[in-house]
Design a protein around this ligand. Sequence first.
Ligand SMILES: Cc1cc2nc3c(=O)[nH]c(=O)nc-3n(C[C@H](O)[C@H](O)[C@H](O)COP(=O)(O)O)c2cc1C
Length: 187
Amino acid sequence: MNTMETIQTRRSIRKFRSDPIPEDVLDNIFNAAVWAPSHRNSQPWEFVIIGTETRARLLELYQTVMEPVLSNPDLPEPARKGIMNLKEDFGGAPFMTAIMSRPPQDHLEKMENLPTAAVAVQNMCLAAWEQGIGSVWLSIGGHPAAGEILQVKEGYQVVAVLAMGYPEAIPPAPPRESYKNRLTRLP
Ligand SMILES: Cc1cc2nc3c(=O)[nH]c(=O)nc-3n(C[C@H](O)[C@H](O)[C@H](O)COP(=O)(O)O)c2cc1C
């Protein structure tokens, strides 16, 4: 798969097979993260592997947060299906990780630590996909209650929680609007 194919075919996966991700594949995924660019090569990211106990607490929070979302009758069907899958033990993902950005030390880091760590997250998702591993980036990590569950240290920020594994189901690609509609040319 070339880079463009990997970027375009990657989908957010919300239902996984139970097969574990081999260690060497996980190693490649985390290595891909640290090859992301960063200001002054500061590498402002930290990774947490989410174990069974932590995952159970996070799942409880996810289910609670999703309850009112699911009770909205106007929720589009694909979104409902995705949430229903994730509500069941995060789609059965065999592996979960959280990515944090480090506490900023100056104004530049205040602006850039979080987006830099997000670039590392995307590297992970693409490296995973290229090796047949699906992932979904979950917003639950940003919930105030997730900080305590994920034992986030002072000044760190959760950038993403990723559920990962071999896909059980690959959804169709949600449409993209052309970049041409978002483009401004400056003189
Ligand atoms: C910052 C961020 C947060 C996201 N949060 C969630 C989430 O909480 N639950 C979910 O099912 N998908 C989540 N997604 C995945 C998006 O729904 C998905 O990327 C988008 O619908 C486009 O689909 P695709 O990734 O398959 O191309 C998130 C993606 C990003 C980048």
